[in-house]
Design a protein around this ligand. Structure first.
Ligand SMILES: [Zn+2]
Length: 280
């Protein structure tokens, strides 16, 4: 999970261009043209609160039912304005995270999440600062909860470079069993940020989703390392895995789930006993 650089285009111009692409004689277009000044004002307001990291202060606007409908009609994942916004955001990120949803770091980006939900805030349905490239699974869970502060906003909430995602490897005779868990045991992360991290993981079901994703990954990890373990021994494996964790943390984020899993495995006698049994 890494922070994303936010949209850096001209949100108001993108909006106006989208309206101007609507059929010339359509009633919706005429109605949207009438509120262009209002949209400029609310877009400036959003940007100010975004820059102050205080999106909680963005107020709900009293649009008519028809205006809401018109504003929402501008959005569509495959529409030009959304493609422009998605390209603008994606092209600013490092290659390693471009196609993976950073809300979960498990599934691929295939939708745009509205940070302030579009039903309550239809005026920001196509505002670049309000859109976050996301997977449909995270987006589905987010749709169930209208309070945006129940999730990390990875444009704004700065992720800490200390470990908060851990893995416990359980002593189990026949198979390697483990569980992910969160901890701020060193107390380095501020209470408010840690609470947000906990909410984000809970509301997106990340502990369970990471465990499910780990099963395939664990099989690959064991099969790759079994070969080298026989030849080179434990210390060499530990050294190589620690190096790969350093690299992965830079590429995918300090608390990338594969890093926490690898770190726990190489620190666990249960894992090494398992490897010994495999290698006899
Ligand atoms: Zn996701």
């Amino acid at each position: 999970m890494k922070n994303l650089k936010p949209f850096n285009g001209d949100a108001k111009k993108e909006y106006k261009d989208a309206v101007s692409r609507m059929p010339r004689n359509s009633v919706s277009r005429s109605r949207l043209e009438l509120i262009e000044d209002d949209i400029e004002t609310v877009y400036d307001h959003y940007k100010k609160e975004f820059d102050n990291s205080s999106l909680n202060d963005v107020k709900i606007h009293n649009w008519s039912a028809k205006q809401k409908e018109d504003l929402l009609s501008l959005y569509g994942y495959h529409k030009k304005i959304i493609r422009n916004i998605k390209n603008n955001i994606t092209n600013q990120q490092i290659m390693t995270i471009r196609s993976t949803c950073q809300n979960c770091t498990i599934d691929s980006v295939n939708t745009m999440d509205h940070i302030l939900p579009k039903i309550a805030f239809p005026e920001y349905a196509v505002n670049g600062y309000n859109l976050f490239p996301c997977c449909s699974i995270c987006n589905g869970y987010k749709a169930d909860i209208t309070d945006h502060s129940a999730f990390l906003n990875l444009f704004i909430d700065e992720l800490p470079s200390v470990q908060y995602l851990f893995v416990e490897v359980h002593d189990n005779i026949d198979c390697l069993n483990f569980d992910f868990f969160l901890s701020n045991s060193k107390g380095v992360i501020s209470n408010s940020l840690y609470k947000k991290i906990e909410n984000h993981y809970t509301n997106l079901h990340l502990i369970q989703r990471m465990k499910a994703a780990s099963l395939t990954y664990l099989a690959e990890f064991i099969s790759t390392n079994k070969h080298y373990y026989k030849k080179l021994g434990r210390e060499s494996i530990i050294e190589a895995v620690l190096e790969s964790i350093d690299e992965d943390r830079r590429a995918y984020g300090f608390n990338y789930w594969k890093c926490s899993l690898k770190l726990a495995l190489i620190s666990s006698e249960v894992f090494w006993n398992y490897m010994d049994n495999l290698c006899v």
